[in-house]
Write a protein that binds this ligand. Structure first.
Ligand code: NDP
Length: 284
């Protein structure tokens, strides 16, 4: 059996077209352009690429974007002052600080400084709490994109065994909440989990969000399972790969996302969706 591939680029393109149309409509009807502000601290090459891609995606969809880059040694107060300025600017609808922040930075203080109604990444404690309560304001972009993929592929969720490998605040935990809200039976594995393969083999839906190249092999997958690979790992030859060993996994899974071209583009698409939503809410 060879799995059907979930094309994140194609689904993203379709959704981004709709978002661009909505943004254009908002401009015409209200004279408002959705605007995302992105703050980057330091020169991490991967973060620079992510920020560049986010800004480019905004431009292509007709959104406005503001990019603020600080050197590694910038003072925390400077970044907090910028966030306060953006919070107070009614023409800015979404604010995100690219993670990870440098180690000496108090990431929590930065994330909590963003106004919850502009927190389009959904990382503010107030928004995390709303998601936990089943009443999300902004759904974190990566898990949000994964839910859209599952929906587009009509993957049955009610009663399905969902196993998530990874428990980070930005992927694993919100993913668990979203799948739980759709009545999956959710298991979350992490670095201290024993018998990882025992759990992954039970999964009708397997989400890998670890950051370890090709660690999930075909032998760890239930035949016919839906496999979502969040991982982005740079190999020795410079090419990207996921946390799933695609070659062996695709022989066992029913549906699988590739890396690149799977979850990655959907993450940026949902960032645009959240920004548009934030802008729409200001019109009500
Ligand atoms: P984190 O490093 O924050 O979390 C990794 C998780 O994996 C932790 O919960 C850790 O467990 C767990 N883990 C580590 N080793 C093992 C192991 N051997 N077995 C089981 N679990 C393990 O990563 P993120 O969640 O931020 O990101 C995960 C991956 O997804 C990365 O490759 C990242 O680049 C990628 N990513 C991709 C995105 C996209 O748009 N495609 C968006 C965001 C992330 P513990 O908690 O015990 O340490």
């Amino acid at each position: 059996m060879t799995a059907r591939i979930i094309d994140g680029n194609a689904l993203s393109a379709r959704i981004r077209e709709l978002l661009a149309t909505s943004a254009q409509g908002m401009k015409v009807s209200h004279g408002v352009t959705p605007c995302l502000a992105v703050i980057l601290v330091g020169e991490d090459p991967a973060s620079q690429v992510y920020v560049r891609n986010k800004v480019a995606a905004c431009e292509k969809a007709g959104f406005r974007s503001i990019k603020q880059v600080y050197p590694l040694d910038v003072e925390l107060v400077t970044v907090l002052a910028k966030i306060a300025e953006l919070n107070a600017d009614p023409s800015v609808h979404g604010i995100l600080v690219q993670l990870p922040l440098p180690k000496h930075f108090d990431a929590e203080a930065v994330l909590e400084a963003i106004a919850p109604e502009k927190d389009v990444d959904g990382f503010h404690a107030e928004n995390v709490g709303a998601l936990m309560q089943g009443n999300p304001r902004f759904i974190p972009c990566t898990p949000h994109g994964i839910m859209k993929m599952l929906e587009a592929e009509k993957v049955p969720l009610k009663g399905a065994e969902a196993v998530i490998v990874g428990r980070s605040n930005i992927v694993g935990k919100p993913m668990a909440m979203l799948l739980l809200a759709q009545s999956c039976t959710v298991t979350v594995c992490h670095s201290q989990s024993k018998e990882l393969a025992f759990h992954t083999k039970c999964a009708d839906i397997l989400v890998a969000a670890v950051g370890r190249a090709k660690m999930i092999t075909g032998a760890m997958i239930k035949p016919g399972a839906t496999v979502i690979d969040v991982g982005i790992n740079r190999q020795a030859d410079g090419k990207l790969c996921g946390d799933v060993d695609f070659e062996s996994a695709k022989e066992v899974a029913g549906l699988i996302t590739p890396v690149p071209g799977g979850v990655g583009p959907m993450t940026i698409t949902m960032l645009l969706a959240n920004t548009l939503e934030a802008a729409e809410r200001t019109l009500k």
